[in-house]
Write a protein that binds this ligand. Structure first.
Ligand SMILES: Cc1ncc(COP(=O)(O)O)c(C=O)c1O
Length: 310
């Protein structure tokens, strides 16, 4: 790929076979490696799209400060795009975000407002909404911004259809719902029989980046009519599968990717033949300071819970 600048290098991520992880020979598993984006996650796609949409609509002008509640990845992506385009950024996030996230935000020049860890991202959303009443701020608000699913419709979904037209199932994590809604819509336009499956954490279980709808907040951009089903995942299932990705396939991915792989394998056990695309949302780098890969799984789980929250 050749790009005139880093923003042009967003998207066009590799689709990689992960057949060693399939429980059935006729169920083909593929991984879409969103960790290959410039800041290492799928959120580069939506950060660029939300900012460019706001510029085009006149909502974001020089001098305005971008403000966003985030668990980390979206903040880092916005920070990169904002610094490239010359905007200031303030992110609101839970105080126990991993050290790598905080460092990355700082080095891209973002200001951070921390909110209590035990309030999770819902707490960060409340604080950001209050701050956004001051009109020096522009808040893209990924949970309610149609540019979020649109980025996955035009990018993620279209790339999968082009690279693997025989796809039968798509599995992705549910955070804002942008990936499932946008890529899911694009896939169903290609073939209405394609099934779109969500990986959702069990209520009270921590899988970084994902949320349980049973917590009470339904992201406005989530179109539940695109979903054909969901599987619940525990934190332990996600951690185990994240390690399998590294050990069996050499793919170093984040914890929601493990959740997605776990769901894809459970789905595969029920099918005779299928072609399943797993959306691996980020790389493992931003989790290294946690004990996610510790040989002691219980220690890993405890440590991850202490250092990361939603
Ligand atoms: C690591 C990770 N995985 C998955 C997701 C879920 O993606 P989406 O917000 O498109 O539902 C997110 C985003 O919040 C994330 O940060």
């Amino acid at each position: 790929m050749r790009a005139n600048d880093i923003l042009e290098a967003i998207g066009e991520t590799p689709l990689v076979g992960i057949q060693r992880l399939s429980p059935r020979p006729d169920v083909k598993l593929w991984a879409k490696l969103e960790g290959q984006n410039p800041t290492g996650s799928l959120k580069d796609r939506i950060a660029l799209r939300m900012i460019e949409a706001a510029e085009a609509e006149g909502k974001l002008r020089p001098g305005k400060v971008i403000l966003e509640p985030t668990s980390g990845n979206t903040g880092i992506s916005l920070a990169m795009v904002a610094s490239r385009k010359g905007y200031r950024l303030t992110v609101v996030m839970p105080e126990n975000a991993s050290a790598e996230r905080v460092r990355l935000l700082e080095l891209f020049g973002a200001e951070i407002v921390f909110t209590p860890a035990d309030k999770g991202t819902n707490g960060a959303i409340e604080v950001a909404e209050r701050m956004a009443r001051d009109d020096k701020y522009f808040m893209p608000f990924q949970y309610g911004n149609p540019a979020n699913p649109q980025a996955h419709y035009d990018g993620t979904g279209a790339e999968i259809v082009r690279d693997l037209p025989e796809v039968t199932h798509f599995v992705a994590g549910l955070g804002t719902g942008g990936t499932l809604t946008g890529a899911g819509r694009r896939l169903k336009e290609h073939n209405a029989d394609i099934k779109v499956i969500a990986a959702e954490p069990e209520l009270g279980e921590l899988v970084y980046g994902l949320r349980s709808l049973d917590e009470g907040f339904i992201p406005p951009i989530l179109d539940e009519s695109v979903l054909d089903g969901k599987f619940l995942v525990s934190a332990g299932d996600a951690l185990r599968a994240t390690r399998d990705l590294t050990k069996e396939e050499g793919i170093f991915a984040g914890l929601s990717s493990g959740a997605v792989l776990h769901v894809a394998r459970r789905l595969a056990e029920r099918l005779d033949a299928a072609t399943i695309v797993c959306l691996l949302a980020d790389g493992g780098w931003k989790y290294l300071s946690t004990e996610a890969w510790s040989p002691d799984l219980d220690l890993a789980k405890k440590q991850v819970e202490e250092t990361l929250w939603w």
